[in-house]
Design a protein around this ligand. Structure first.
Ligand code: SF4
Length: 496
C-alpha cells in the first residue's frame, strides 16, 4: 500500500504498481499555508472543482486496475479550505473525506475505505462516530451505497504502555461499538511490536455483545461533556462534581503496596474500596436501581461484579438509570482478568477509556490485573490518555516512516529522560517537517526533523528555532521549555 501526501503525481504513478493507495484529503491537492480567509460558496465550489481535476485521474487508474484506496483524513492536517469553514474539528475531518468520496462516486468508483485518525483518542472516537452517522444519513438521502468500510487508527500514539493504552482507548472502544473493519496500531517502536497489540484488540472487541438498546444515549456521542454528579467525600477523599477522577483499589491491593507508598510516586492508590461505602448494583435490576435513587444524599455507585452485560454497556446503562447526583465508579472488568498483562492492559484501557471519553466516571478501579503496581499504572495512565486527569508529561510521537530524519525511538527515549517530570506539558516528537507539524495536534512544544541531522523546534504550531544540530537539540528543547515558563527542576518536581 502506498501512502502518499502532497504529490498527486506520485500517487498516480504508485497506483500503477501497488494494491492500494492512501491519500490524505488535507494535502492531496493543497499545500497548507494556514491562511485565514472566508470562502464564498462560489469560491468553495471552484476549489472542489480544482480538486476534482487533480483527483479524478487517480480514481480512474484505481478503477481500471481494480485496486483499493483509503481516503484517510487526519486531525491536524486539514486543508485551509476545510479549516476556514469547519475548523480543526471532527466535523471538518468528516466533510473533508466526504468531498473526495463524492468525486470518486461520481466516477462510479467504490473500492475505497475511510479513516479519521487523530492522536487524541477523544477526537478520534468522535470523528469516527460522526463519520458513521453522516454515512448513514447519506445512505438514506443520497442514493444508497454509502456504507463504505472503515479503517481505524490512533496516530502518533507513542510507545510503551502509554502508546498501547491510547490505541486501545481509540480503536478498542470503537470496535466494541461495532465500528471498524481494519485497524492499524501505530507505535513509536519496531513495527512488528504493533501486530500483537492489534491482534489482542481485535480479539478483545470481537466477543462483545452489543450494549443494551437505550432510549436515548446517556451522553452526547459527538461532544465531550462530563456527566454531572454531586461532589462527595469518601474516606476523606473528595470525588464527583468537578473533582479529578480518583483511583480506587481493594484492601488486598492496598495492603501489598502499603509499605512502599512513597516509592509509588504519582501512582499511589487514593481510596480503599472497602472503606468507601460503594453501593454496587446490577443496572438491569429495576428495584435495586430505584432503592439507590431513593437514598438520601449522594453515594459512590458501581456496577456489581457478575452483571451479565458487557462492561461498557453495563456502565452506560448505569449512567442512564442512576440519579444524576450519585458519582459513578468504573470497573475494567465485571469478573476476573486473563493472567496475561497485555490483555489486561488493553481490556482495561478499552473499557475504562471508552467510558471516560464519554464523560462517564468519577473514580476507576482496575481489578483485571492482579499485580498491584501494574494495576495502579494502568489506572493512572488510562486517566491521562483519556485526557481526564493529567499527572505527567504527555508525548505525541510519530511512528516513523521513510521520511524520518532521525532515530525516533532513541530520540524519544532521550527526550523522555530529560522531560518526564514535567506534569501537564505536552511534547510532540515528529520525524519530518512534511507531515510532522500538521500532526502534532495540540502539543505545547514540538521537536521536528527539519533536514538530515537538523531539528526544528516549535511552540504550539509555530516554528521558532531552525536547523539545530541534532546532538544539541534535546538541550535546546529544554531551554525553550524554560523560556516559556514551563520548566521545573527534577528535584523540585520530586518534592512537589
Ligand atoms: S516521519 Fe513525517 S511522514 Fe513519516 S510518520 Fe513521521 S511525521 Fe509522518
Amino acid at each position: 500500500m502506498a501512502d502518499i501526501h502532497f504529490k498527486p503525481d506520485a500517487a498516480l504513478e504508485a497506483a500503477k504498481w501497488v494494491e492500494k493507495v492512501r491519500i490524505n484529503p488535507g494535502n492531496f491537492a493543497d499545500s497548507k499555508k494556514f491562511n485565514i480567509r472566508e470562502y464564498t460558496d462560489a469560491e468553495y465550489a471552484a476549489e472542489i472543482e480544482r480538486i476534482r481535476e487533480r483527483f479524478a485521474p487517480l480514481v480512474l487508474v484505481c478503477k481500471e486496475r481494480g485496486i483499493a484506496m483509503r481516503i484517510g483524513t487526519n486531525h491536524g492536517s486539514l486543508s485551509d479550505r476545510i479549516m476556514n469553514r469547519f475548523g480543526d474539528t471532527p466535523a471538518g475531518m468528516v466533510e473533508s473525506a466526504i468531498e473526495f468520496a463524492r468525486i470518486a462516486r461520481a466516477l462510479d468508483y467504490h473500492d475505497f475505505v475511510f479513516s479519521m485518525k487523530a492522536s487524541n483518542p477523544k477526537v478520534m472516537i468522535q470523528a469516527y462516530r460522526l463519520l458513521v452517522a453522516r454515512l448513514d444519513e447519506l445512505d438514506r438521502s443520497d442514493g444508497g451505497g454509502w456504507n463504505y468500510p472503515i479503517h481505524l487508527g490512533v496516530t502518533e500514539a507513542g510507545d510503551g504502555e502509554d502508546g498501547r493504552i491510547k490505541s486501545a482507548i481509540g480503536i478498542g472502544s470503537l470496535l466494541a461499538d461495532g465500528i471498524g473493519d481494519t485497524i492499524r496500531v501505530s507505535l513509536t517502536e519496531d513495527a512488528r511490536h504493533e501486530i500483537p497489540v492489534a491482534k489482542a484488540l481485535a480479539e478483545i472487541a470481537t466477543p462483545h455483545a452489543p450494549a443494551p438498546a437505550l432510549e436515548g444515549w446517556p451522553f452526547d456521542p459527538f461532544t465531550y461533556t462530563r456527566r454531572a454528579s454531586q461532589r462527595i467525600e469518601v474516606a476523606g477523599v473528595p470525588l464527583g462534581g468537578g473533582e479529578v477522577v480518583r483511583v480506587v483499589v481493594r484492601r488486598a491491593v492496598f495492603d501489598k503496596v502499603a509499605h512502599k507508598l512513597d516509592g509509588l510516586g504519582d501512582y499511589r492508590p487514593e481510596v480503599v474500596f472497602e472503606d468507601a461505602g460503594v453501593v454496587e448494583i446490577d443496572p438491569t435490576d429495576g428495584p435495586s436501581v430505584a432503592r439507590v435513587n431513593a437514598l438520601d444524599g449522594s453515594r459512590l455507585v458501581a456496577v456489581a461484579d457478575g452483571c451479565a452485560l458487557p462492561v461498557i454497556g453495563a456502565h452506560r446503562l448505569l449512567a442512564k438509570v442512576l440519579d444524576e447526583r450519585h458519582p459513578i465508579m468504573l470497573k475494567d472488568t465485571l469478573g476476573g482478568g486473563s493472567g496475561d498483562f497485555l490483555q489486561n492492559l488493553l481490556r482495561a484501557a478499552t473499557n475504562l477509556g471508552s467510558l471516560l471519553c464519554d464523560g462517564i466516571g468519577d473514580a476507576v478501579m482496575v481489578q483485571g490485573e492482579e499485580a498491584p503496581g501494574q494495576s495502579l499504572r494502568i489506572a493512572y495512565n488510562t486517566l491521562q490518555a483519556a485526557g481526564v486527569r493529567i499527572f505527567k508529561t504527555d508525548y505525541v510521537a510519530c511512528p516513523s516512516c521513510g521520511r524520518t530524519l532521525f532515530n525516533l525511538q532513541e530520540t524519544t527515549a532521550r527526550i523522555k529522560v530529560a522531560t518526564s517530570h514535567l506534569k501537564g506539558v505536552k511534547i510532540a516528537i515528529m520525524g519530518c517537517i512534511v507531515n510532522g507539524p500538521g500532526e502534532m495536534a495540540d502539543a505545547d512544544f514540538g521537536y521536528v526533523g527539519g533536514a538530515p541531522g537538523k531539528v526544528n523546534l516549535y511552540v504550539g504550531k509555530t516554528p521558532v528555532k531552525f536547523n539545530i544540530p541534532q546532538a544539541e537539540a534535546v538541550e535546546r528543547l529544554v531551554d525553550l521549555i524554560r523560556e516559556h515558563g514551563r520548566w521545573i527542576d527534577p528535584q523540585s518536581a520530586a518534592t512537589n
